[in-house]
Design a protein. Sequence first.
Length: 130
Amino acid sequence: MFSLELPPDWSAPREELREATSRAGWRPDLVADAEVALLELFVNAWRHGGSAAPLVVVLIIGSVLRVSVSDQNPLFPAQRDDPDPYAVSGRGLHLVRSLTHRFGTEPRKILQCDFLISRRGRVGTGTATA
């Protein structure tokens, strides 16, 4: 018998992100990148943090979109230096790092990432920290 465990519904956080970025006048391709980062952080909090419903906060402060996701597990995610390209999972946080300007954690176990936007679009990607 095959069973599939599905993550909780992330439509409300995704819609919050879409509304915030739409009000800020973001291009659709940048919104799509932000949605991918949000999904990866959300699923990571559910799968590895044991949260049935991870807490998501989406803020736009000036030219920075900050996406924060927290779960109930006090342990921070393990950093994988070189993910296996053939593995079924294990590349989500690397993907978040590649899409964002900053990726890291706060002491209360909040994973967050920042997108820096100018009028012409994304302003390069920076070095991620965690």
